[in-house]
Design a protein around this ligand. Structure first.
Ligand code: KG4
Ligand code: ZN
Length: 335
């Protein structure tokens, strides 16, 4: 089964061809990061405009690199939410046009379900057992989800304010490190002391699975106000201490969810899982506490269309279809 996936929920225009829901034949991503960098965050209208400019080229490249034509495909999958409405509409409308001209079945996919399916695309066997907990951490989401099988999800906890990636981006902006913040903070943190500054770990009560990162961001802002803009090694210490605070909270809550729900595996994904410290801390905690951790390679943690095609293959195989009246669902929920 060959599925073309299309993803345009935020600032990556992406298309991919995946065989049998697990083998990537092509995975093309056109990042808009340079477009949004001067603004310190994604500007929704600019995102839509760049998607509409690039999407046909990206799809053509995905088909060409996979060495297939539309007629060779078994179906089409497109992100229908959550995300920026104008950005989503571009991908959805393009996928609908392809469905109309080709007659191929079309299915709309929840972007978060895409992230949940990314481990199955890794070259090494990363497939988790059916029942597991998932930790999704990106610029728009921080959530712990109990997965009881494909399509069967229960939200265990989520951020009450900023997503973790958003906190990375806002702290980086505060420190003048540019956008996106995660990679810049991670780079500087490598030369800093994670114990240099004690930042708060919010909602630390034992069974609390919700997150809160806005207090952490404010704590960093207060530190800068009190001590002045950091320079040299101080910046590295601040980045390392901030990253450690995020890392501690993510790992502690993920471990708690695994224990409370009595599962033996954790899937983790989303842009923040590109962070080596977060990946390492999760892997260490999993080894210590006796559960397996399934984190896709960095390129499959951040937004891509292969994960949408993988989830699409599973839904199409179950006979699920969406009509040409499919609409964008900016606040689509998983459960
Ligand atoms: O999943 P993603 O690519 O897009 C969304 O759906 O949001 O995640 C983007 C987020 C951004 O907030 C970015 O700062 C963060 O992931 N990120 C990182 C790293 N790379 C990207 N955060 C921490 N460390 C990184 N290395
Ligand atoms: Zn994402």
């Amino acid at each position: 089964m060959l599925v073309l996936g299309v993803e345009s929920s935020c600032d990556e225009t992406a298309a991919a061809v995946v065989r049998d829901g697990e083998t990537i034949l092509s995975n093309v991503i056109s990042s808009q990061v340079e477009i949004h960098r001067p603004y310190g965050g994604v500007v929704p209208e600019l995102a839509s405009r760049h998607h509409i400019r690039n999407i046909t080229v990206v799809i053509s490249q995905a088909l060409e690199q996979a060495n297939v034509e539309l007629a060779d495909l078994s179906g089409l999958a497109v992100t229908r939410g959550p995300g920026l409405v104008g950005a989503l509409l571009v991908g959805i409308q393009t996928a609908k046009a392809l469905a109309l001209v080709s007659g191929l079945p079309l299915v709309g996919i929840n972007h978060l379900e895409g992230h949940l399916n990314a481990p199955g695309l890794a070259a090494e066997a990363l497939l988790p057992p059916e029942r597991h907990v998932a930790l999704l951490v990106s610029g728009g989401h921080t959530a712990l989800i109990l997965v009881e099988g494909f399509g069967n999800y229960r939200l265990l906890g989520a951020s009450r304010d900023d997503a973790a990636g958003e906190a990375f981006d806002k702290v980086a902006k505060l420190l003048g490190l540019g956008y996106p913040g995660g990679p810049a903070i991670e780079r500087l943190a490598q030369s800093g002391d994670p114990e240099a500054i004690r930042f708060p770990r919010a909602l630390a009560q034992r069974d609390e699975l919700d997150f809160s990162f806005s207090g952490l961001k404010t704590a960093v802002a207060n530190h800068v106000r009190r001590h002045g803009s950091p320079t040299g090694q101080e910046v590295n210490h601040l980045c390392a201490s901030f990253q450690q605070a995020v890392c501690d909270v993510l790992v502690r809550k993920a471990c708690r969810a695994v224990k409370l729900r009595r599962v033996r595996a954790l899937v983790a994904g989303g842009g923040v899982l590109a962070n080596g410290a977060v990946r390492g801390a999760l892997e260490q905690a999993a080894a210590e506490q006796g559960f397996s951790v399934h984190v896709p390679p960095v390129a499959l943690c951040t937004d891509n269309a292969a994960m949408i095609a993988a989830a699409g293959a599973r839904r199409l195989a179950r006979g699920e279809r969406d009509g040409l009246d499919m609409n964008a669902e900016p606040r689509l929920r998983l459960s």
